[in-house]
Design a binder for this molecule. Structure first.
Ligand code: LLP
Length: 440
């Protein structure tokens, strides 16, 4: 049983309280961090499956076929790619690295599409070789590269429209306004569609927009959908292609902090699907294409936990309480980069009375190296385990070796068992690419 004041919705579904301590399934989190080492990342499969099924249910608001293409940038690894491929998901990838991991995980290449605002000729050739379901044309330069290719089979292209919409999120996460580097303006999209129609080895098969990430008010997304539908009507009206994939991108927000909005995922996806269906019916008509959604965070964030060990503690002369843990901006850059706010709990005493506000910092040589600017926490001691929920998206994928930090081990909690996903890095990993100088 979890006490009501605990922000349950931020934590994985398999999280339990037992004897007033935090457990993931049957596993005491303090013991796990001590046994497996910290920092440690845990993913809960039940939570991931729950989010996938929320997407599947919500997508019933769209009368045609649909595709959930996981935005690999949120975090990709071989075992995660396998899990998602086995569940029939597609993948949105942006690099040879993501493409290859998705393929090695068993992804059907036809369910992979590739993004990026500066795809190299090599990357385009690799995507063509793989037979991906869509190369998403981001700009006219890229189209010129595609025109010069001589693929054995015609390439399926999607156009990424910049719909000039700004969702309410951090400026770094807005991608769909005219000041952004991403996507084609309306006029460029029309030019691109005409040029594709002239090239026998290119086919226009999809339309796409992605306006940003971590937003809750869906109105800008609905306006983007209207513009995409208008473009679909124009493309088909001109006979320039058949829009078989209709993709309004990803971006649905998730709560990280008890004060954040906490919409029900299934309802957000249903609202989005129903809106898209109406827009298609009103502006385009005819058979429904595949609605391709590209969720990253809303699929995986809640499934992930980050576990740290408490080390140095200080009371500054300013009165501030500082708690230093063994991970920081090297495994979670989000507080430093976006001012992202998190919550946390002590694994052995999550509900002990607070000893006042504390700042949670990491061990790196930066004053920007903090995980939580201010949180009410009980009295902590060196060796205690601090757990940060909502850690599944954009932590490990943006992790670095700054200060020679070793990236954490990752384990999966699946049906009561713990399965390794990634081992902790070693110093040998840090040295793997280095050439020693010849002897003097
Ligand atoms: N599709 C495209 C084309 C994208 O660029 C992204 C995210 C997504 C889908 C997935 O968005 P999601 O559903 O995960 O919100 N590092 C930032 C997020 C950057 C997102 C980049 N693009 C963060 O930690 O908040």
């Amino acid at each position: 049983m979890l006490p009501t004041k605990f922000p349950r919705h931020l934590w994985p579904l398999s999280l339990h309280f037992f004897q007033k301590r935090l457990f993931l399934g049957e596993h005491d989190l303090t013991d796990l961090a001590r046994r497996l080492g910290a920092p440690l990342y845990l993913y809960d499969l039940a939570t991931l499956d729950h989010a996938i099924s929320a997407y599947r249910h919500g997508l019933r608001g769209w009368p045609g076929p649909s595709l959930i293409a996981y935005a690999s940038k949120a975090w990709l690894s071989l075992p995660l790619a396998q899990l998602l491929a086995r569940r029939g998901l597609g993948f949105d990838v942006v690099s040879v690295g993501e493409l290859e991991i998705a393929q090695r995980g068993g992804a059907d290449p036809r369910l992979i599409h590739i993004h990026g605002n500066n795809k190299s000729p090599g990357l385009l050739a690799r995507a063509a070789d793989a037979g991906v379901g869509g190369i998403v044309v981001d700009n006219l330069h890229e189209l010129t590269l595609l025109e010069k290719m001589q693929p054995p089979a015609p390439l399926s292209l999607w156009l990424r429209l910049n719909p000039d919409q700004s969702p309410d999120t951090h400026a770094y996460r807005q991608t769909g306004h005219y000041g952004s580097k991403f996507g084609l303006s309306w006029e460029e999209a029309q030019i691109a569609a005409r040029r594709i129609a002239q090239a026998p080895h290119l086919q226009l098969t999809g339309l796409h927009a992605h306006i940003g990430s971590q937003f809750f008010d869906l109105k800008p997304l609905f306006r983007a959908i209207d513009r995409l539908a208008a473009l679909a009507a124009w493309v088909q009206g001109q006979g320039l292609g058949e829009v078989r994939y209709f993709s309004p991108g990803g971006g649905l927000g998730v709560p990280y902090h008890p004060d954040d909005p906490a919409p029900r995922l299934v309802e957000a996806v249903r609202g989005l699907s129903e809106y898209a269906a109406r827009a298609w019916q009103e502006r385009v008509g005819g058979p429904y294409p595949t609605l391709a959604l590209e969720p990253g965070r809303s699929l995986i964030a809640r499934a992930g936990l980050a576990l740290y060990t408490v080390g140095a503690m200080r009371h500054l002369t300013t009165g501030q309480r500082i708690i230093a843990v063994d991970g920081g901006m090297s495994d979670n850059l989000r507080p430093a980069l976006y001012g992202a706010r998190y919550t946390a709990a002590l694994a052995h005493a999550p509900l002990a009375p607070t000893a006042g506000p504390a700042r949670i910092v990491g061990p790196l040589c930066e004053s920007g190296d903090f995980l939580i600017d201010s949180i009410d926490l009980p009295k902590a001691h060196p060796g205690d385990v601090l757990v940060v929920p909502s850690s599944g998206a954009y932590h490990l994928s943006m992790a670095s070796n700054y200060n020679g930090m070793l990236r954490p081990a990752v384990w999966l909690h699946a049906r009561g068992k713990l399965i390794p996903m990634q081992r902790r890095e070693t110093v040998a990993d840090l040295l793997r690419r280095d050439f020693p100088l010849p002897p003097q």
